[in-house]
Design a protein around this ligand. Structure first.
Ligand SMILES: Cc1cc2nc3c(=O)[nH]c(=O)nc-3n(C[C@H](O)[C@H](O)[C@H](O)COP(=O)(O)O)c2cc1C
Length: 167
């Protein structure tokens, strides 16, 4: 549970590579997420190649963390052929994405969520860049690596935003 309270977005990384078994752990956490009708619409594309990551930053204006030494970019994909409840896909994929951030914190890794969903032009450009089939859509990107900055999480709980029984 402490990972929820310790997680912060990391945008600067050391040169240390994240081993494959750690990446597998992150993806096990992702696929453990709940999903509507248990539809599990996710797939993942893991990219370490700097040239490809650089090309992605050309289509995403706020993805420079991928160039700040991130060991890998993890791209959360939606397989549209798996959708039983398409209107729930974003919630399913958000849960999977958050699980990666929390597992990364648990493993001492830094990470940041880079939004793609909701920006049709980013998703279309990424689809082309990664040569994805038509049924596969990019939902989000994550920069992951060993942190070169150590930020402390801010407590965000605000009693006044909580309503019991009646608003
Ligand atoms: C849907 C979503 C999209 C985000 N997109 C970006 C992004 O494009 N670039 C970036 O640097 N951070 C991005 N972030 C990270 C937020 O800026 C960050 O979570 C927020 O500032 C709170 O800081 P914290 O994660 O350290 O608690 C995104 C976060 C979410 C949930």
């Amino acid at each position: 549970m402490q990972e929820i309270f310790n997680r912060v977005s990391t945008r600067r990384f050391t040169d240390q590579k994240v081993p494959r078994d750690r990446i597998t752990k992150l993806l096990q956490a992702a696929m453990q997420a709940p999903s509507a009708h248990n539809q599990q619409p996710w797939e993942f594309l893991v990219i370490a190649d700097k040239d490809t990551l650089k090309k992605f930053t050309g289509i995403h204006p706020y993805a420079s963390s991928l160039l700040s030494g991130a060991s890998v970019g993890i791209f959360v994909l939606c397989d549209k052929t798996r959708l039983i409840l398409p209107e729930m896909a974003a919630q399913d994929l958000s849960a999977a994405t958050e699980n990666i951030l929390l597992e990364a914190t648990h493993l001492g890794l830094g990470s940041v969520w880079l939004g793609v969903n909701g920006h049709a032009e980013r998703a279309a450009a990424a689809q082309k860049l990664f040569n994805l089939p038509e049924n596969i859509e990019v939902f989000a990107a994550l920069a992951v690596g060993y942190p070169a900055e150590h930020k402390k999480a801010q407590a965000r709980y605000e009693e006044k935003r909580v309503h019991y029984e009646q608003y």
